[in-house]
Design a binder for this molecule. Sequence first.
Ligand code: C5P
Length: 279
Amino acid sequence: MSRLETSAPAKINLSLRVLGKRDDGFHELDTWMVTLPGLADRLTLEDADCFSFTCDDPALPTGEGNLVVKALRAFESAAGISWNGRIHLEKRIPHGAGLGGGSSDAAALLMALNDLAESPLPHDRLVETAASIGSDIPFFLGGGSTRCRGRGEVLEDAPAAPGWRLLLLKPSFAVATPDAYGRWASASPLPGISHGPQTHDGVELVNDLEVPVFGKHRFLAELKQWLLDRSEVSAALMCGSGSTVFAVLRDGTDGEHLARCARQELDPGLWHWCGAIRP
Ligand code: C5P
């Protein structure tokens, strides 16, 4: 009887540049992504007579549309095997948050299945299979600190992740990624909101999806500006296509206290996570 438990970390984009729209409908990117090992989902795989997939978050659909199930099907077809077993997912990363939770779950499952089946897929086939399910899934096969180009699947080494302490804040609404990219070409900046690059410890922080997403979700612009106006915060940026915004905390800042202030002053329903990029 084999049982495997694996962790699927969240990511943030320290920078995300959209270079243009491609003929295949995707957008050409140049983005620096780093994983957050301290904020992670957990996947458990166990042998069983038939396949089942369960999740502790009842809001998440567990059918064939779930990225975990898509990853299983893609693995089966690439490796030419059929896997019967139980998969259980414990969600800690909010979805529709720009934190890559679903993509990370899919990558963790691909790696776990390949391990259990004694590596039928070499690394390049695993990357190809990951890219066939979603643009940022190849990144999560290696994680860490990576520069991602193309539609996100072309990976290059990046400098080591900075050891910053972060506060992540997310309202209860989600942002649909296709909608964020769909608004990119025609969006214009909101007055009074800082969208330009911020430099912290020699790192340029910028996210080209802020303009299109803030145009539709004004609250996220307000949240970012509220963080930037606080003396405890060195920099603030939307994560991926939103709806999470992260703040880089100055030394000695009590992130839990800042999260309480944000709930009191902005939205009592804000989700938060506080921790270091490298724990
Ligand atoms: O690849 P993934 O399924 O994660 O992408 C979700 C959607 O986000 C795509 O269907 C597309 O609308 C948009 N997208 C894009 N350019 C990218 C990545 C995603 O336009 N590089």
